[in-house]
Design a protein around this ligand. Sequence first.
Ligand code: NAD
Length: 497
Amino acid sequence: MSHSDVLKAAGFADAELTGGSLAVRSPIDGAIVAHVAETPASDMPGVIAKAQEAFKAWRSVPAPRRGELVRLLGEELRAAKDELGAVVTLEAGKIISEGLGEVQEMIDICDFAVGQSRQLYGLTIASERPGHRMMETWHPMGPCGVITAFNFPVAVWSWNSALALVCGDPVIWKPSEKTPLTALTCMKIMARALERFGDAPEGLVQLVIGGPEIGEVLVNSSDVPIVSATGSTRMGGIVGPKVSARWGRPILELGGNNAMIVAPSADLDMAIRAIVFSAVGTAGQRCTSLRRLIVHHSIKDDLVAKLAAAYASLPIGDPRDSGTLIGPLIDQASADRMAAMLEQAKGEGGTVHGGGAASGVGEGAYVHPAIVEMPGQTDTVKTETFAPILYVMGYDTLDEAIALQNGVPQGLSSCIFTLNMREAETFLSAGGSDCGIANVNIGPSGAEIGGAFGGEKETGGGRESGSDAWKGYMRRQTNTINYSAELPLAQGVKFDI
Ligand code: NAD
């Protein structure tokens, strides 16, 4: 399908795609596919005020009824899966199955959140005073600003929105300026769910389009109590302190530098499949992409040779072709950064296999993925480069391997391949991986919706998606009720008047 056919199928009228100030390029061929309208900064106070108004109504709607809106969103996403997946491919360059997979992730979080809408459980707490009852209640928090990155242009919005909506919070979404079309498509789908729902307040789900300066308005507004920001550590380093300084709640999902330890007992065939998927899938542009391989010296040369052979036959090219496994990088600047980091790694004693430009479509930035054998964990290895570079290092003892795994500033995802139970359990123990995600015999990427997603250190500490991540979108209230005729004070304090 041509780019314009994809956009037509997603419901775009020509007028929406022309005349705006933001040029949108498809990474598939580098072509400009639209000029969309940006949100003027002068509109932002009105947007935030509308969300505040919507909050006053939405917070009192029973949570299971709020869940009904998310259920309808899930239904509309199922119906529009192919069309939205194709826009993800067009605008983010993902291969077809990854574009569809991203929409499936949206459907999964909707299902999860619908169930959650009947489970916003508080606690009953034993009071130390006679005739008293204590409890803990969860209340809606207020408008939630959602700032997202280009590489998961739709799933991250849904992780946040599905939970925020059932928790009683309106959402204002600022997508990456590189992916406004996927965001506009989501709004069309959301509009259908809202129409079927019937009586949602106006301004419950809003989209603002623009660069960092539009995001900054959300970051700086005390009428936006939650700001969930996904992107680079550089961005989080600006956003996090600003939200905290005005006593807002930041949820930060930032860069990763994810490692796999491959132990001598590992099932190497399985490890190789996991390595290739997680290192080159999405052209190395996942926050959970595998970037560091820490391999026992006894199997390192064998593993590198097998990996280099597997890399040599990977189909690189047009992500719309069903046989392609590696599509383009988001833009040429990204390919240039990859080339520069490979040069830097060479300067630090690295041996580079692969890398360099690959043939693709038009002006798209297609690259060969690279494997780089490194003499140690240098500054280059400690830096997240958002491209398919896999650094390989050797180790002798598990302690050494865990120290290497933990010896970077980021703390998102990690894994070990081993058939040795002691090694696996040590890796998952308090003295093991320091990441938010730690897996055994599974690669670091491709998380399921049911677990809490996020990481430590420079990854920002935020958690989204499953488990009890919903608590990040609500405020906790402790209640004490006295049903006696006395007024005893806690800790036995006497204060008779
Ligand atoms: P980016 O930091 O350039 O941009 C992300 C978003 O932040 C964009 O919407 C951008 O406009 C906005 N932004 C930038 N500066 C801002 C500011 N000062 N105030 C408000 N908003 C601002 O990131 P990117 O290049 O789009 O995405 C790649 C990065 O995202 C990688 O580092 C990747 O690891 C990370 N990422 C992390 C996760 C996670 O869950 N941990 C998920 C996806 C991507």
